[in-house]
Design a protein around this ligand. Structure first.
Ligand SMILES: Nc1ncnc2c1ncn2[C@@H]1O[C@H](COP(=O)(O)OP(=O)(O)OP(=O)(O)O)[C@@H](O)[C@H]1O
Ligand SMILES: [Mg+2]
Length: 364
């Protein structure tokens, strides 16, 4: 990347007990970019942030900030601030003193700092909370103080480790928008950690999906959602149907005992692959429809989900998840249609068996 503010190359972290927490991670992060690290618990998200922030020394690899190696620098010498997963406020200081901690440490003008503190508290929705004790705040309020405390330092890069985890859904949504606005207006580069896929997709310019100390896929939210490259990513991001299939030849794939036209090429002939079809892309058609050589199924369950109906449709040994604004009653026989561009073909990977089994278990 040309204008990368941070360039991470082949970063490995092996802990004393031999555990490989990061197995060679590489990622370039652009100025003013909002990048999210997304992945299950234990995949190495916090470890990667700790390396960037300077709290963990990698076993090998490089971290370049504006082209310079920062691994030897202690955290306070990096233009990087961190909002930790456990937000580490000072319990003996009030809200304003917590937020003012950085500027006070640098000996900045008290009155200017007080004004900045009020501005930051307003930004995170805590105007007027200056004198409150930390212990008198809710978890969500404490988390917002932690964000204000980091923002006041105007770092070039802000690392946020699940900063919204303690908030209820409504406040979380508000803070998502708020953080996004702050990031756009301040020009700060955000590296954000979450294991909430919806949060990752709505907030980020790019998402890095991690698993077991590796970045499996890096791309825009649209790329990651529409074109997952492995069963793990497809399964982790949103509801899906993941099925075993065979690539018959270019642009022709077989699954659910039928052949489908698709848009994928280059997998070879008769290659075993994984298929993902999103529930909203699986169309239920009446049996009278003149579609030929398509799978058929029976609606097994119907749930109203607010925006759409969720149906489970059995086709042979497989149970498929379907989202539609049109309800079909349980017991209805249907034909199943998928447009070629809505079939995503993926190479088999080491997590295919687990993911396929989980999806097959839906039929039980
Ligand atoms: N000091 C340590 N010694 C040995 N193993 C460690 C150490 N610190 C972390 N680990 C292990 O490294 C792995 C990655 O941990 P990390 O905290 O980065 O995960 P995470 O993706 O942030 O997970 P979570 O979503 O639960 O916060 C975990 O399996 C963890 O147990
Ligand atoms: Mg973590």
């Amino acid at each position: 990347m040309e204008n990368a503010i941070l360039s991470i190359k082949n970063l490995r972290v092996v802990f004393e007990d031999g555990f490989v927490a990061l197995g060679g991670v590489s990622i370039d992060i652009g100025k003013n970019e909002f990048v999210t690290l997304l992945g299950p618990s234990g995949c190495g998200k916090t470890t990667l942030l700790r390396c960037i922030g300077g709290f963990e020394r990698p076993s090998s690899g490089e971290i370049l900030y504006k082209g310079k190696d920062i691994i030897p620098l202690p955290p306070y010498k990096r233009a990087i601030n961190t909002v930790f997963q456990r937000y580490a406020l000072f319990p003996h200081l009030n809200v304003a003193q917590n937020v003012a901690f950085g500027p006070d440490l640098r000996g900045e003008d008290k009155q200017k700092t007080a004004r900045e503190v009020s501005r930051m508290l307003e930004m995170v929705g805590l105007a007027g909370y200056e004198k409150r004790k930390i212990s008198s705040l809710s978890g969500g309020q404490q988390q917002r103080v932690a964000i204000a405390r980091a923002l006041i330092n105007k770092p070039d890069v802000l690392l946020l480790d699940e900063p919204l985890a303690a908030l209820d859904l409504k406040l979380r949504r508000e803070m998502q928008l708020e953080l996004k606005r702050i990031q756009r207006e301040s020009g700060i580069t955000f590296i954000f950690v979450t294991h909430d896929q919806e949060e990752a997709l709505t907030m980020s310019d790019r998402v890095a999906v991690m698993r077991s100390g590796e970045i499996l896929q890096l791309g825009t939210p649209e790329d990651i959602y529409n074109e997952p490259q492995s069963a793990f990513v497809a399964d982790f991001i949103g509801d899906s149907n993941i099925l075993p299939g065979t690539m018959v030849c270019d642009r022709k794939v077989r699954f659910l005992n039928c052949e489908f036209a698709c848009v994928d090429e280059g997998f070879g002939e008769q290659a075993e692959v994984d298929i993902v079809v999103r529930p909203e892309d699986l169309k239920l058609r009446p049996m009278e429809d003149k579609l030929e050589n398509v799978p058929q199924g029976v609606v097994e369950s119907l749930l109203f989900k607010g925006v759409h109906y969720e149906m489970k449709v059995r086709s042979g040994e497989t149970v498929l998840l379907v989202h539609s604004t049109h309800a079909r009653q349980v017991g209805t026989r249907v034909k199943l249609f998928v447009a070629p561009e809505d079939i995503q073909v993926m190479h088999k990977s080491d997590c295919s068996p687990d993911v396929l089994k989980k999806h097959a278990d839906r039929a039980k």
